[in-house]
Design a protein around this ligand. Structure first.
Ligand code: ZN
Ligand code: ZN
Length: 602
């Protein structure tokens, strides 16, 4: 469902922007970049030249971002989270914003114009993060060296011995890194401070991993010495940071310490930077409240329809939510055996593909392999499934549909998971992750390859499309239009809706922990365990939880607007094909470009 994507080490957690469904660059070569397809005009060619220069400068400015893009040329350099680095990044953003202001967007093709806007958004967002949001001050868990070392040791961009040498070079800056981190911390939140203390074990284990990897290589004496001294100093630095945070935490007064709730002003700013919606955060929240009410109304009708079939003579409770919950609970017993998880998902994919072809909903490139596999251990998180797509450099590679294996969980946990991903929801999951959700969207995005679009792709568009595709499939009659399928659909859809309500309520309106959990259990029909997990997530992150509903509701509203405007001319497949042809750009931008094209055609 979601993964994190780090914009840069010093702005980390920035986007958690889910972009990462695309997780594009895993095995990419750090080769010269090719941007966009065939240039069509002089203006586009000139702009491509500027984009190339921008990317070259960006890799120098931000080695961690470069690594996440598969470029390890500057990986030996660890960026320090100090004021000098932040000032330099702001100066970089200002310089490039000035340069981009000279580009005449009117002369560009839609694809180039999208790139230009994404670059501007990125630079303005960076400025805002470093000067206004200032998470480096109050979230100590931002400062952690694990990510960079992990990428160097576990990405196959060069022979192992070269990667180990690169890591040893990087290791030398670790003490300076944590010294800068300590100096950056100012009035942190108790929650993020405790999180940072817990997560520091990740930094220590990556150092152990480096030590093991180095033991398998033939290092000369100088390199050995650098390794040993480096490891000793790095471990001391990590432990020193933990000690510093523990002392700090003891003296934090819960009544006066900074709250993890970011408040209205910062929330709107972050929403603007990350989601890039045409609505404000508050408008999106209001829209989610309406969507929740509508879902509940529809679910009640469906529960009434299904009551006798599922509950027999049992008396209906007067409470709407309780009635819906009872029917959902009963239906959830219809699920596969644990051993059938992978075979069942593999069986579904060709059926989904056939459905889309038979109903003329979208083009699907059948040549591109999609492999269902167990989620690699280091990527296993709280979610059951994810899509891992090939990077822009290697579009011929496989796309993986990762599914977390059930083995190792208690029988109760397994039963709970199987009930959650029951007969109906498991199909919706495959729609979301694969066809025509993430897998199909990324396939389309790769048809007009652009480094800029891949790097700065919009998380709300990516998740919004996947969520929209669930509804679109059911509207086309997939699942037989049964009340069971629709009831389960609404329960699933409520997750996205209620994530938005929860995030805004907690961060802006001050919703309490007890109220939040009660809301998730009774309004979104989630289990207590899910609600507990979600409370953890909403304390440490903000805004990202709104991306699913924000993107989805904007796509749906746009489609309905076009339907009205075009009447009998409206063609669903054309709408989908056009919509997906702009890459992972923000929905509002795609909307503008499509409307412009439409009016030009008239
Ligand atoms: Zn998703
Ligand atoms: Zn069961």
């Amino acid at each position: 469902m979601q993964k994190t994507f780090h914009r840069a080490a010093l702005i980390a957690l920035l986007s958690t922007a889910t972009l990462a469904t695309s997780l594009p660059f895993q095995h990419a070569q750090a080769a010269p970049l090719k941007i966009a397809a065939v240039p069509t005009s002089l203006a586009d060619q000139q702009f491509q030249h500027i984009s190339q220069e921008f990317l070259t400068a960006l890799w120098q400015q931000d080695p961690e971002l470069a690594m996440s893009a598969g470029n390890f040329d500057t990986a030996g350099k660890l960026s320090l989270p100090d004021q000098a680095t932040r000032d330099a990044y702001i100066a970089f953003a200002d310089r490039w914003l000035q340069q981009l202001a000279r580009v005449d967007g009117e002369k560009l093709s839609a694809s180039a114009l999208t790139d230009l806007t994404l670059m501007r958004n990125y630079l303005q967002g960076t400025r805002w993060y470093l000067s206004t949001f200032r998470e480096f001050e109050w979230n100590p868990s931002q400062h952690n060296i694990a990510g960079g070392f992990d990428a160097i040791l576990n990405t196959d961009f060069a022979p192992k011995d070269q990667r180990v040498r690169l890591a040893i070079r990087r290791l030398q800056a670790v003490p300076a890194y944590y010294a800068a981190a300590k100096a950056s911390i100012h009035n942190p939140t108790p929650e993020h401070t405790r999180l940072a203390i817990r997560q520091s074990s990740g930094a220590l284990s990556v150092l152990t991993e480096l030590e093991k990897a180095a033991a398998e290589q033939h290092l000369n004496d100088t390199e050995q010495a650098a390794l040993q001294t480096g490891l000793r100093n790095a471990r001391a630095a990590v432990n020193g940071y933990v000690q510093f945070l523990s002392d700090l935490e003891k003296n934090l007064n819960p009544a006066t310490a900074r709250s993890f709730r970011i408040g209205k002003a910062l929330y709107e700013g972050k929403f603007k930077a990350d989601i890039q919606s045409s609505l404000s955060a508050e408008q999106t929240y209001q829209r989610a409240l309406l969507a929740k009410e509508e879902a509940h109304k529809n679910m009640e009708k469906l529960a009434d329809q299904l009551w006798e079939k599922t509950m027999g003579k049992q008396v209906k409770p007067a409470d709407r939510a309780q009635k819906i919950a009872m029917v959902i609970d009963k239906l959830s017993a219809n699920h596969i055996e644990a051993s059938q998880l992978y075979p069942e998902i593999r069986r579904q994919l060709p059926l989904l593909e056939k459905w889309i072809r038979d109903h003329d909903l979208l083009n699907i490139d059948a040549k591109k392999p999609l492999i269902v596999r167990e989620t690699p251990e280091y990527e296993r998180g709280v979610t059951i499934a994810s899509i891992e797509a090939p990077g822009i450099f290697r579009p011929q590679d496989n796309t993986y549909y990762n599914v977390t294996p059930l083995e190792g969980q208690s029988p109760e946990q397994i039963e709970s998971t199987l009930r959650e991903y029951n007969h109906w929801v498991l199909q919706i999951l495959s729609i979301h992750e694969a066809i025509p959700g993430h897998y199909t969207q990324l396939q389309h995005a790769n048809q007009s390859p652009s480094m800029i679009k891949t790097l700065f792709g919009n998380g709300a568009m990516v998740e919004g499309w996947a969520v929209y595709s669930e509804r679109m499939m059911l509207e086309s009659g997939y699942g037989g239009n049964t009340p069971e399928m629709w009831l389960m659909y609404y329960k699933w859809n409520l997750r996205a809706v209620c994530n938005t309500i929860l995030d805004y309520s907690v961060h802006v309106l001050g919703m309490s922990e007890a109220d939040a959990k009660d809301f998730l259990v009774h309004q979104a029909f989630q289990t207590q365990a899910e609600a507990d997990g979600k409370w953890q997530r909403v304390q440490y992150t903000s805004v990202q939880l709104t991306s699913y509903f924000s993107g989805y509701s904007e796509i749906l509203a746009f489609r309905e607007q076009l339907k009205k405007q075009q009447g009998a001319q409206f063609n669903l497949k054309n709408f989908h094909e056009q919509f997906l042809s702009y890459g992972s750009a923000p929905v509002g931008m795609i909307r503008q470009l499509m409307l412009k094209k439409d009016s030009a055609a008239l």
